[in-house]
Design a protein around this ligand. Structure first.
Ligand code: GLC
Ligand code: CA
Length: 487
């Protein structure tokens, strides 16, 4: 009870904000909708699918980077922060998209990538004064590894220095101790806020400021590096100054713009400081991404998140992790997970295709493009399998930049629309009925989870045993693996 009271009090603080229980839909721009048939999604394509998103019932969309980029990390290597890559359209297309989305009540947040730029950015091809560099000396400056394998430093012999890159060498890290960098990004944020965006998703939000001493990381480094819990060089106290500034900057607009941080820790206690009242409004809670389909593990993760964070932003999928149909080993589990996710209290992010029950695609090596795959010589498969373009019609797209498996014809939006019991129809119905209000666990047998929201109870079975249930308003399948019941 103690825990619930604290949580309820914190909840009151944000109770009037549009994003407090919003459903955000993540659009991975190059794989969403292609308007000109070149095999790559684009901004006019997104605009053409707004009616689909409206019918689905989402409140907001997050657009992954569409800025000019050489594409070493598919847009997360930005060479110009205030323009649109011709591959995706023009600034006029962007303005049209925002306008059309706002007309039907869908908000739009955009991705901002402040930790690093592209190596093709004029700041890097120019004097490099904005970056973390160390004069060339005897060997590597320290033992810091890149998240994607190999050292986090590359030597530029001509310039006589090492430059830092937590990701690929094509993504050099900016030096956020510099006033200049902070001013540059203030201007970038204003540029997009002035164009009407409803907020930002901040890439690698916990990584911007590095430990000034550049001291070694304690070895050995973990194999799986999606989470940053092990890195001591980032998550520095000074990073919070940046978010206090950005909070003030966003508030200058209309108090309704939202800052969502990608703060990648499994330990939610380390995410909490980013959500102080004068910092970020939201931060992804990735703890569910690390859980298997197991009642006790998932309940513990939910409890931990609710206890640690003032507001929990629930995520099962995004463009960096294995799709849940594959992760949870089946469509039945993924459908149940959908009812679980959409019944939890707080904002939710749904990744495009999650509503179609798309699985991770086992792509042939020769079509894989993720820098993780390339940099590790195929040792790590990388993230292409969750980035295959959305199948809109039964007739698949012959030239999609990553090939759609033939079985996706039947999973296409066309095939699933209006089909009784389809994944898509389940999502539509769930978004319509999505419960609100308080949250309280109910006692339930081992291998199950049950909780109450206002007027509805959500029950999820993680095993094959089933209880008899009454007043079911929505079920994930005919076996009642997960249900919402009226109380
Ligand atoms: C974030 C993005 C990921 C990208 C990385 C580097 O984790 O989600 O896709 O590769 O940052 O920008
Ligand atoms: Ca296109």
């Amino acid at each position: 009870m103690q825990r619930r009271a604290t949580w309820a009090t914190r909840w009151l603080l944000v109770s009037d904000r549009w994003w407090k229980d919003a459903v955000f839909y993540q659009v991975y721009v190059r794989s969403f909708a292609d308007s000109n048939g070149d095999g790559v999604g684009d901004l006019p394509g997104i605009r053409s699918k707004l009616p689909y998103l409206q019918e689905l019932g989402v409140d907001a969309i997050w657009l992954t980077p569409f800025y000019p980029s050489p594409g070493a990390d598919h847009g997360y290597d930005v060479s110009d922060y205030v323009d649109v890559d011709p591959l995706f359209g023009t600034l006029a297309d962007f303005d049209d998209l925002i306008k059309a989305a706002h007309e039907i009540g869908i908000r739009v947040i955009v991705d901002i990538v402040p930790n690093h730029t592209s190596a093709q950015h004029a700041w890097f091809t120019g004097d490099r004064s904005r970056y973390v560099t160390v004069p060339a000396g005897d060997g590597l400056p320290n033992n810091w590894p890149s998240n994607w394998g190999g050292p986090a430093w590359t030597l530029d012999e001509e310039r006589g220095h090492w430059f830092l890159h937590l990701f690929a060498p094509e993504q050099p890290d900016l030096d956020w101790n510099q006033r200049q960098v902070r001013d540059d990004f203030d201007a970038i944020l204003r540029f997009w806020l002035d164009r009407g965006v409803d907020g930002f998703r901040i890439d690698v939000a916990h990584g911007l400021v590095k430990k000034a001493s550049l001291e070694d990381e304690p070895e050995p480094f973990p194999e799986a590096r999606f989470s940053s819990d092990w890195r001591t060089a980032i998550d520095q106290p000074e990073v919070h100054e940046i978010y206090r500034d950005w909070h003030r900057l966003a508030a200058e607009y209309d108090g309704d713009r939202v800052l969502v941080g990608e703060v990648v820790f499994a330990d939610q206690a380390r995410v909490a400081p980013y959500l102080r009242p004068d910092e970020l409004h939201l931060a992804f809670n990735f703890s569910l991404v690390f859980q298997p389909w197991d009642a006790e593990r998932i309940r513990a993760s939910i409890d931990e998140s609710l206890a640690q964070l003032p507001i929990v932003t629930w995520v099962f999928e995004n463009h960096d992790v294995t799709r849940i149909v594959t992760r949870f080993e089946g469509e039945r589990q993924a459908r149940a997970a959908a009812l679980l996710l959409l019944a939890l209290p707080g904002p939710v992010f749904v990744y495009q295709g999650q509503e179609l029950g798309l699985e991770e695609v086992d792509l042939p090596d020769e079509v894989r493009q993720d820098p993780i795959f390339k940099r590790t010589n195929g040792e790590r498969l990388g993230r292409d399998g969750c980035r295959v373009p959305i199948p809109w019609t039964r007739r698949l797209q012959p030239n999609a930049w990553l090939p759609q498996p033939p079985s996706w014809s039947d999973k296409s939006v066309e095939a699933q629309t209006g089909r009784d019991g389809s994944f898509l129809e389940l999502y539509r119905r769930a978004l319509e009925l999505r419960p609100q209000g308080g949250f309280a666990w109910r006692e339930s047998p081992p291998g199950t989870l049950a909780f109450d929201r206002d007027g509805l109870t959500c029950v999820v079975h993680f095993t094959d045993e089933r209880l008899p249930l009454e007043n079911v308003v929505l079920a994930s399948d005919d076996e009642n693996t997960a249900v919402w019941m009226r109380r």
